[in-house]
Design a protein around this ligand. Sequence first.
Ligand code: SF4
Ligand SMILES: [Zn+2]
Length: 347
Amino acid sequence: MGGRDSGEPALGRRGRDKSKSTRTAVSAWRERENVDGAAIDVGVIVLRSSGCAHSRDGGCSMCGYNVESREGVAGHDLEEQFLKAAPPLEDVRFLKIYTSGSFLDEREIPSCFREKVLKWCAERHARLLVETRAEFVSEEAMTAIAGIHDDLEVAIGLESANDKVLKYAINKNMTVKDFDRAAATVKKAGAALRSYVLLKPPFLTEAEALEDAIATTKHAALQSDTISINPVNVQRGTTVESLWRNWAYRPPWLWSVVEVLNSCTSLERKIVCEPTGGGKARGAHNCGQCDGDILQSIREHTISQNRTSIKIPECGCREIWESVMELEGLVADGTVDLQRMFRNRGD
Ligand code: SF4
Ligand SMILES: [Zn+2]
């Protein structure tokens, strides 16, 4: 769903099951996250479901999560996947369940299985984070899940607070109003809200994308407890990948990621960012020399939740980024990856 949903952490990045078996989860791992002021172990399970309903209608321009889905996955398959993946994560106090779709979509995740996951977490006093598209968030659905487990976080992909960007650049099939309604419903049910903000949808210049992500973060902050900044990474089989292959798209610069994060320092919200594929051609990247240091600073910033600005190294590529920010809209109709075109580098 959206953020991891496209920034959502990378799908199956560790120990990924490539068999596409309906009986085995896509992947499961532990990661660290700052929860209530302390860095703790968080369990993550990516279940193989029948996939995102919107993906069957074309899907979002940057999302390739449907490759992990499989038609006809039933509740008992999901249960088997979960029961195999969960035991090593018994001790965690925070569990994230990703389905590459919507946990609240009954067609994708039957309520009988949903209840089992909620009970599993309630018995272990573990917070549960699930993702969903806004259209599946209803008072009825929220009351049902919050009645089983009261320590819930619901993640929704807002992506952009601009309806035109949502429609024409992302094809999200959702409006900002839809998101606002779903967000209020989550909060009314007493659950925490995590919102995904997309940095650099296609067809926006670097400068437009930066402005859009900052405005979106501010909008998300009106109702969210946590905001996840998700720089686009080029996933296989997507519109973004087709553009990228034709030098018509460049993932965001890490300088832009830093700008968005630094614009959030006055927001009283938890801000997380883990650029999928960071430092690589398909992910947010700079020149290759300074990428590692910046990624490390972003990681430390996310874990510490320190409100100060991110430390940045000195690097000559910052001037190139500044020129791109100033000139890209003037030299090209839409975006173009001039740097890569001139270097004639593939992936
Ligand atoms: S809503 Fe969009 S980004 Fe989220 S899983 Fe569906 S197609 Fe992917
Ligand atoms: Zn550099």
